[in-house]
Design a protein around this ligand. Structure first.
Ligand code: S3P
Length: 177
């Protein structure tokens, strides 16, 4: 069994995943980092040189491979749920937690990451706020359909979110009390 974290950019999948994995002594893998290491490209570079469609193909391959693992916390990229086969692979051996945050919170987190040099490739030609708002709306049914549990991370620290997830894992008997 794996723990899968899905959700829009900036909802805290990587920070939560790292802390969660440490706490339950499982390994953590971020699907984007896996792709970067495997192909030797930064995601932003991949988008710029080869476009989003190639990235989506590599992302599906990566998810297919990662879903064969066991006892891993896996953070999927924000757009991974758009393909049904990715969701199917992730759910085969995974309990899926969707992290969600308000649009304004995501906007400020993404701006902060941009300023820190951790910029994400843009996905539309809209301004950043409108891009987030419209993609969140479009993706909502995909996230909803893919998730077993949803946790709002707008006002919580990553540690609080981890505590929340651990509580669920304990009641399901997946980790000890
Ligand atoms: C994407 C989210 C990114 C990354 C790529 C595309 C998306 O992952 O996979 O830039 O379509 O929302 P994060 O959600 O980890 O930022």
């Amino acid at each position: 069994m794996n723990i899968i974290l899905i959700g829009f950019r900036g909802t805290g999948k990587t920070s939560v995943g790292q802390i969660l994995a440490r706490e339950i002594k499982w390994s953590f893998i971020d699907a984007d980092e896996y792709i970067e290491r495997r192909y030797g490209f930064m995601i932003a570079e991949l988008f710029e040189k080869h476009g989003e469609s190639l990235f989506r193909l590599l992302e599906s391959d990566a998810i297919h491979e990662l879903s064969r693992l066991d006892s891993h916390v896996i953070a999927a990229g924000g757009g991974a749920v758009l393909k049904y086969k990715n969701v199917k692979n992730l759910k085969k051996n995974g309990l899926v937690f969707r992290l969600e945050s308000d649009c304004d919170v995501i906007y400020h987190r993404i701006l902060k990451d941009d300023e820190a040099g951790k910029s994400r490739p843009r996905l539309t030609t809209k301004n950043l706020y409108d891009e987030i708002k419209s993609l969140m709306e479009f993706r909502e049914p995909y996230y909803k359909q893919a998730s077993d549990y949803t946790i709002n991370t707008s006002k919580s620290t990553p540690q609080q979110v981890v505590n929340n997830i651990c509580e669920i894992l304990r009641t399901k008997g997946l980790i000890p009390y």
